[in-house]
Design a protein around this ligand. Structure first.
Ligand SMILES: Nc1ncnc2c1ncn2[C@@H]1O[C@H](COP(=O)(O)OP(=O)(O)OP(=O)(O)O)[C@@H](O)[C@H]1O
Length: 313
């Protein structure tokens, strides 16, 4: 894979004095789905807006497909499609005209075959002659995607694509994004729904207070920061834990029927085998065991709440 977007020491200080981005460097690989996570005001939209040429950076450079977004902005912008968070459509325009018009704005000539293919792939072909005001919320979001793809960009930005939409529609959107990715489009999305990033992203970037805390492949992030918790159900209640077991960090529930043990997924030795052996040695009969891995939401909270210098990549 090669980088389609190269962000180098990017900073943005707004006129108000707010430092929205602080020395962010990041390469986005061709064909990947990158999810940008961060609390409100973290700097996600600022970063996307700079790449899309809507906001001027105060420091650093961005190249899209090798084109500098400031000195070679026309070529850079041609490679980019942006689906904004807000649904802004001309209510009396038809779906097909909407897409044709946006294509024209990018200086592309008519291509009815491509517009048809696009509308079909987004399940909008049946609605091609409907006015946008007649569409459901989900269809309107898909029209926004069709508009953003009308000039065949290689990179698609989705700014909170499923904010405030119901679960069914959210899953439908995820499917659309996966299909785009399968077609080779690089997708960068911001989201507040961690399950969205967990489900879809190849890599996850965490931004907080204008700083990029880390960018990692999802599996690596889950493995590295994830903690596992082992729960052991017992046949008979235990009055108290044997001393050597409590020293190893084992806890006992109030009813004496459950043991708990937290361990780090990245440590070479989890100690579980020895723990189970020790239970047998103490004559403690195990009825069932279950493990739970911390999810992305827990990992994200620990990153954003922790001191950033400990986790910076
Ligand atoms: N045009 C602007 N002028 C001044 N400050 C701004 C402007 N746009 C954004 N900011 C500030 O920059 C910081 C980053 O905002 P940004 O919109 O990039 O965050 P975000 O991560 O996208 O947040 P959210 O998740 O709420 O959309 C915030 O403190 C915000 O108030």
């Amino acid at each position: 894979m090669s980088a389609i977007i190269e962000i180098d020491h990017l900073s943005k200080r707004y006129g108000s004095g707010t430092a929205a981005l602080n020395d962010v460097s990041l390469n986005i690989e061709e064909g990947e789905i990158l999810a940008l996570l961060g609390p409100n005001g973290a700097g996600k939209t600022t970063m996307i807006s700079i790449i899309c040429g809507l906001v001027r950076p105060t420091g650093g450079t961005v190249r899209v497909g090798g084109h500098d977004i400031r000195t070679d902005w026309r070529a850079a912008r041609k490679l980019i499609g942006l689906v904004p968070q807000e649904i802004l459509l001309e209510p009396f325009e038809t779906v097909r005209d909407c897409v044709r018009f946006t294509r024209g704005l990018y200086g592309e000539g008519p291509d009815e075959a491509y517009v048809e293919q696009l509308l079909r792939s987004l399940a909008l072909w049946d609605k091609r002659d409907a006015k946008t005001r007649e569409l459901s919320g989900g269809m309107k979001r898909r029209v926004l995607i069709a508009k953003a793809l009308s000039h065949r960009p290689k990179v698609l930005f989705l700014d909170e694509p499923t904010a405030g939409v119901d679960v069914t529609l959210r899953r439908e959107m995820w499917q659309v994004v996966r299909e785009l990715s399968a077609q080779g489009v690089t997708v960068i999305l911001t989201t507040h729904y961690l399950e969205e990033a967990e489900d879809m992203a190849d890599r996850i970037g965490v931004i907080n207070k204008g700083e990029l805390l880390l960018v990692k492949p999802k599996a690596e992030l889950m493995g590295e920061f994830g903690k596992k918790h082992l729960t052991i159900d017992l046949y008979e209640p235990l009055a108290e834990l044997p001393e050597d077991l409590s020293e190893r960090g084992l806890t006992l529930s109030e009813d004496g029927l459950q043991l708990g043990y937290g361990y780090d997924t990245k440590s070479a030795r989890t100690g579980i085998a020895r723990l189970l052996g020790d239970l047998t040695r103490h004559g403690i009969a195990v009825r069932d065991v279950a493990t739970k891995q911390s999810n992305l939401e827990e990992i994200f909270m620990s990153l954003v709440e922790d001191k950033p210098e400990e986790v910076r990549a």
